[in-house]
Design a protein around this ligand. Structure first.
Ligand code: NAP
Length: 180
């Protein structure tokens, strides 16, 4: 059965996007990364928040613009939104609720991962007890403001178990399992 994994590139001060959803900070820090290669190989479907789907793209201006992992991965994508567009997007299924999106993405992923993209969707998966793993690629940059990796007003405590820590030229990768 597919597992849900939240994967993300994060600044050292905990942001996954800069102010206004800016992703340009990641553009010149994309490079070879064995942890991302492994993730790409083991991903069977994407579960994506609509702000991620419609948002800024670190591959902007390159051949990979608009493609998942800059064109490094292809497969079924499930985008969560309350506003399903009239015009279909090839390869993308728009879904109006979390449970429906998770079920459809898991069925499509088979034995591979459902890769969760977007902090809001990841938080909801976590809080519903559905998130299995988190891969954070920590990038040595400070952003000061923006979209946090995880936000829970008032605070909370989520236990994580380390699976693997690896080094790439532009990131330190921390692969963890959610403790239930
Ligand atoms: N650094 C990285 O590796 C990385 C990776 C991915 C994303 N990002 C960045 O993170 C930011 C996006 O994260 P985010 O947390 O702001 O937003 P998000 O999770 O990508 O998307 C949130 C949106 O998804 C839809 N949605 C969420 N839950 C839903 C539900 N239960 N039912 C129906 N629709 C639902 C809603 O869209 P509607 O308003 O259409 O209803 C909501 O506004 C972007 O700036 C993106 O570029 C960074």
């Amino acid at each position: 059965m597919a597992k849900l994994l939240y994967s993300v590139g994060m600044s050292l001060d905990g942001f996954i996007a800069g102010p206004g959803g800016d992703m340009s900070w990641l553009a010149d820090r994309i490079g070879p990364n064995p942890a991302v290669d492994r993730l790409v190989d083991e991903t069977g479907a994407l579960l994506v928040g609509n702000r991620t789907f419609r948002g800024d793209d670190p591959y902007k201006g390159t051949e990979g613009e608009g493609e998942a992992f800059g064109g490094g991965w292809s497969g079924p994508q499930f985008v969560l939104t309350h506003h399903v567009p009239d015009v279909p997007v090839p390869g993308v299924t728009f879904v109006g609720d979390l449970a429906g999106g998770v079920a459809a993405a898991k069925a499509a992923a088979g034995e591979k991962y459902v890769n969760v993209l977007g902090a809001s969707v990841a938080r909801q998966c976590l809080e519903a007890g559905l998130l299995d793993e988190i891969l954070v690629c920590v990038v040595p940059v400070l952003l000061g403001d923006g979209v946090r990796l995880f936000d829970h007003p008032g605070g909370t405590r989520v236990g994580l178990e380390r699976v693997d820590v690896t080094q790439a030229p532009h990131a330190t990768n921390i692969w963890t399992r959610v403790v239930r």
